[in-house]
Design a protein around this ligand. Sequence first.
Ligand code: 5RP
Length: 237
Amino acid sequence: MKLDKNEIKAMAGAKAVDVLVVSGMKIGLGTGSTAIHAVRRIGVLIQAGTLTNIFAVPTSFQTLMACEEWGIPLYSLNSKEIGGTLDLTIDGADQVDTDNYCVKGGGGALLLEKIVAYASVSYAIVVDETKTVDNLALSFPVPLEVVPAARLSVIRAAERMGAEARLREAVRKAGPVITEHGNLLLDITFKAPVEPEQLEREFNQIPGVVENGFFTRLPPHVFIGHADGTLEVRKPR
Ligand code: 5RP
């Protein structure tokens, strides 16, 4: 059996829901082409009557619209019913290392993804096998969400840390990507292995950085789909 990329993502996303989601949960829902399969699975289970009393907090317009389409009850983190804490968040990732630290933000939703993840008691990452790496931020950039006025000062600060920083350009719109929070994205790559835990703290100390795409503080369950149809599950550690 050889699954294509979308089938692998669907397997990982659906499995995380089947293993971790129960009725009555307050759930953060991530963004991207893998997380969307977890969202879809929740929608299917709600429509089948298998899951009831689900309170979902989306992390982007993409996820919000999917919840609307699939009948998943929507709330914000600030809703009275949610009260600023979630039972579980399920999300995708751009890279996962051997410590289960992640780089996220390839889809530009890292700010809300991190707010929602870190407000959760437990966390699950769903990926296909191509996302696992030994070292983060070498072959795929870690994004910084930056207020527009600080674009160049943050680029210079990142360069002083030994990184290369590029402004993320939009596709089918002239100029840069503007995030759902009105900010810019700088994509940061390193030439040598880095310490993600330390950099997650350090990047946020640069004035003008709103958030960065290293996710190291909440140990996730990691569901890794393989092309041969097998699924590897790493427990939080
Ligand atoms: C969006 C994200 C996504 O979860 C990440 O980019 C992975 O996306 P995909 O599953 O489409 O590869 O962090 O900001």
